[in-house]
Design a protein around this ligand. Sequence first.
Ligand code: GUN
Length: 294
Amino acid sequence: MATVIDGKAYAAKLRSRVADAVSMLITHHQVKPGLAVVLVGEDPASQVYVRNKGKQTAETGMESVEHKLPGETSEQDLLALIDKLNNDPGINGILVQLPLPEHIDESKVINTINVAKDVDGFHIQNVGKLSIGVDSLVPCTPAGCILLLKDHLGDLTGKNAVVVGRSNIVGKPVSMLLLKEHCTVTIAHSRTSDLPAVCRGADILVAAVGVPELVKGDWIKPGATIIDVGINRIEAEGGKTRLIGDVDYTQASKVAGAITPVPGGVGPMTIACLLRNTVIAACRQHGIDIPAGL
Ligand code: GUN
């Protein structure tokens, strides 16, 4: 049976390192990092994420500011708020929860965020920096995937990595990060021919497509490391719902060397990496060396 990669435990350790860094920044530099999270509209899943982000930000000793705007908010008003946060010295990180309502231009909003405060790593300049291998603010979920992989495997050099999914939030950035770790990277997607055969070549398989249990046991090379980024809510017995990944866990765990569960794998790493990015952003804005251990 595959080793279970415990993202929940790793995320807790990372949060504690973030809290140590925050306490050092406050004590030695009189800098209390601040994160502003902006939510437009009432999407229930987004509300849960935003609440958790705020709670964990405060728990690590940082300043947490939430802006909840009605769904009818105009693009102009949202851009004005971002401008205000860009110029607020107490705010080091800005996150606009996606998706935004249809009448708002998502990329315009993202690219209005001060690039140094873009803790999501979605600003076009941060995307560009990541693609040419220059230090940038790196998207949180992909950063979390790499931390788990390195923790489990150590050096990733020379591994065949297959990423299933080509989204801007996960597939593309995680591919860039795997390349930076000297993996041989294949990006597969819905139009890839013979996807099972492509997956079978993977020493590292990252599934980020949003299709419940797409990846089957016989798509997996024996001993491979599986990172399941999927979070799919499905109907369960008794009218309840439950979360499943993009990988058929029962089948995959019989073949793989190691696998992240859903929930409790990659999911908890996203917010932990957001907190880490906020501290990194605060350090850079104040010309402070990024604390060891982050
Ligand atoms: N919605 C789903 N995932 C994300 C994320 O990583 N960042 C933001 N801002 N919104 C999201």
